[in-house]
Design a protein around this ligand. Sequence first.
Ligand code: XBP
Ligand code: MG
Length: 256
Amino acid sequence: MTVLAALLFDVDGTLADTEEIHRQCFNQAFADAGLDWNWSVALYGELLAVTGGRERILHYINTHRPVFTAPADLKQWIAELHLAKTAIYTRRLAEGRIPLRPGVARLIDEARRAGLRLAIVTTTTPANVIALLEHSLHRDSPGWFEVIAAGDAVPAKKPAPDIYRYALHALKLDATQCLSFEDSENGIRASRGAGVAPVVTLNDYTRDHDFSGSLILLDNLGEPDQPCQVLSDASADVPYVDVALLRALHAKAYSD
Ligand code: XBP
Ligand code: MG
């Protein structure tokens, strides 16, 4: 039987509720650039279907700004606007310590002590990942992840499986030696597309998504004094996700 060797973590919405901060930083970048664009919570929820900030801005122009006069080099213009958004976002994470979701730091700590290998698999910009890890987990924590697969490392972002395949290749592992952690339909599709079974924790932006394909669906990873809720299978009720549960889920995931 294959042994669980590595845990692959999505970032936004999974490690922390960062999507709301992303939304505010997009809006700040728009205002700073003199644009009258404002992404409401509801609109941002829809726009999240398009992964990647630059791709999201282009999609917004195409679908919501029919009379926008595009600059001659639209791609470059969007890249600069997005660069400004990244600067605002990383500064924001450095200034205020954004809390990680329940159970994330505890599980990462336990996984490291158990000798499990760790990787990040995300569509967000690498600088955003480093800022979140350094300021919300531990100053040295970027080094705890053997691979940080992020942003433009592959041309096709989630829901394409490419970023997962990229991480598996870098880890020199087969998909069946891993479990992933995701919060969204696009994340589940990317993970499953590469053959990796995902543990899914939903959040306010994703609760209406299609979660079929998740190995287990929870409201969060839980803490000993703050139990989580298993939403996919009430009989599998557990107070929190730990390495022992992950090993059991892993055995189940790849035995059928
Ligand atoms: C979620 C995303 C990201 C962020 C914005 O990524 O779709 O695009 O919303 O980040 P994941 P950028 O859940 O895979 O971490 O603006 O840096 O693209
Ligand atoms: Mg996510």
